[in-house]
Design a protein around this ligand. Structure first.
Ligand SMILES: Cc1cc2nc3c(=O)[nH]c(=O)nc-3n(C[C@H](O)[C@H](O)[C@H](O)COP(=O)(O)OP(=O)(O)OC[C@H]3O[C@@H](n4cnc5c(N)ncnc54)[C@H](O)[C@@H]3O)c2cc1C
Length: 302
C-alpha cells in the first residue's frame, strides 16, 4: 500500500534499466517511485544500435517510449529529480532528493549508471559517441572498412583489435608510448597488418564531432575516420556506498545473480553493476530484478 511518500520500491535512475524494472513491478501493481536525473550516458550519440526492434534509433526516442509505456501503470510514479541522500529508518529505506523531498520504501533499486571520465584532449569530447566510440557492437558496423585507430594504452587494445578486425583491415593501435603488447601479440598484429603508433595524442581535429586527423605530441598528424577509446569511469551515485553496498575491484556495484547488492533489500541493475554495457543488457537486468523484487515483496506480505 502506498501512503503519501511511502512506496513499495524506489528506483533511483529512470533510464533503460530503471524503466524496465518499473514495468515488471507496475504490472504486478506494486507502488513504485522512479527518481530520474535525466542524464543517460549515451546522450552524446545520435544512433543506438544492437537492440532488436530499436536498431539505429535516436537513444532518447527509446527512453521516451519506455517512459510513456511504464507510466500507463497507475501505481508507478516518476519524479524528475536527483536522489542525493539515502538511509535506513526502522524497517524502511529513506531517500532524500535535491528538491528536499523525503521518500520511503521497503526496497531500493539503483539503476544509476556510470559517468565516463573523458580525457582532456582537445576535440575528444566533441567526438565522443560520434566518431570516438567505446564499443564495436554498438557502433563498429557503421565504420566498417574505415580507417580505424584504437587509442587504448593497455592490454584491452589487443582485444579490441581482434574484434574490430572483423569489420575493417585498416587498423592502427595508438599506444600512447606505453609498452604493453607482448611479442606474441605483436606477431599476431603484424600478421593482420595492424600497425602500432607509439606516440601520445594531443588533439583530435574535428568538425561537429566528425574526426579528421589525430595530432601527436611530436606535431605529426594522421587521418582517421574513427577512434576506439576506453575511458575510466566512476559511479554516478554514491548513495549505495552510504548505505554500505560493496563495489567490485573494477568499480562496479557488487551484485549476485539476482542483482542483489551486499545489503539486504537493495538491488543494482544496468551499467552501474555490469561491464556488459548495452541497452539490451540494462533492459534485461531491470526486467529480471523487477521480478525478483516483486517476488520478495509478495512473499513478505503473503
Ligand atoms: C557514447 C555511448 C554510446 C552508446 N551506444 C550504445 C548503442 O549504440 N547501443 C547500446 O546497446 N548501448 C550503447 N551504449 C551503452 C548504453 O547507453 C548503456 O549500457 C545504457 O544506457 C545503460 O543504461 P542504464 O539505465 O544502466 O544507465 P543510463 O542509461 O546511463 O541511465 C542512468 C540514469 O540514472 C540517472 N541517475 C543517476 N544518478 C541519479 C540520482 N542520484 N538520482 C536520480 N537519477 C540518477 C541518470 O540521470 C540517468 O538518467 C552507449 C554508451 C555510450 C556512453
Amino acid at each position: 500500500m502506498k501512503t503519501d511518500n511511502k512506496y513499495d520500491v524506489i528506483i533511483v535512475g529512470g533510464s533503460y534499466a530503471g524503466l524496465s524494472a518499473a514495468m515488471s513491478l507496475g504490472r504486478s501493481r506494486k507502488n513504485v517511485l522512479i527518481l530520474d536525473g535525466g542524464l543517460p550516458c549515451n546522450r552524446y550519440t545520435p544512433y543506438s544500435h544492437n537492440f532488436i526492434t530499436q536498431d539505429g534509433i535516436f537513444p532518447k526516442e527509446i527512453a521516451d517510449k519506455a517512459r510513456e509505456q511504464v507510466l500507463k501503470y497507475k501505481t508507478v510514479d516518476l519524479k524528475n529529480s536527483l536522489a542525493t541522500e539515502g538511509g535506513k529508518v526502522n524497517d524502511y529505506f529513506e531517500i532524500i532528493t535535491d528538491t528536499g523531498e523525503v521518500y520511503n520504501a521497503n526496497k531500493l533499486i539503483f539503476a544509476t549508471g556510470i559517468k565516463d571520465l573523458l580525457p582532456f584532449i582537445k576535440g575528444f569530447s566533441e567526438c565522443w559517441g560520434k566518431t570516438v566510440i567505446h564499443c564495436p557492437y554498438c557502433h563498429g558496423y557503421e565504420f566498417r572498412d574505415k580507417k580505424t585507430g584504437i587509442m587504448i594504452d593497455n592490454e584491452k587494445a589487443f582485444h579490441i583489435a581482434q574484434l574490430v578486425n572483423n569489420l575493417t583491415d585498416k587498423i592502427s593501435i595508438i599506444t600512447g608510448g606505453n609498452n604493453f603488447l607482448t611479442p606474441e601479440q605483436l606477431k599476431k598484429l603484424k600478421k593482420h597488418n595492424i600497425s602500432i603508433i607509439d606516440k601520445e595524442v594531443v588533439e583530435m581535429e574535428q568538425t561537429e564531432g566528425i574526426i579528421k586527423n589525430v595530432v601527436f605530441s611530436d606535431g605529426s598528424k594522421i587521418a582517421f575516420d574513427v577512434i576506439y577509446s576506453s575511458v575510466p569511469f566512476e559511479q554516478n551515485s554514491n548513495i549505495p556506498n552510504q548505505l554500505g553496498c560493496a563495489l567490485t575491484d573494477l568499480g562496479y556495484l557488487q551484485v549476485d545473480s539476482s542483482h542483489k547488492t551486499t545489503v539486504e533489500g537493495i538491488f543494482a541493475i544496468g551499467d552501474n553493476s555490469s561491464p556488459m554495457r548495452s541497452v539490451a543488457n540494462a533492459v534485461a537486468t531491470g526486467n529480471f530484478a523487477g521480478a525478483i523484487v516483486n517476488m520478495e515483496l509478495t512473499a513478505e506480505k503473503f
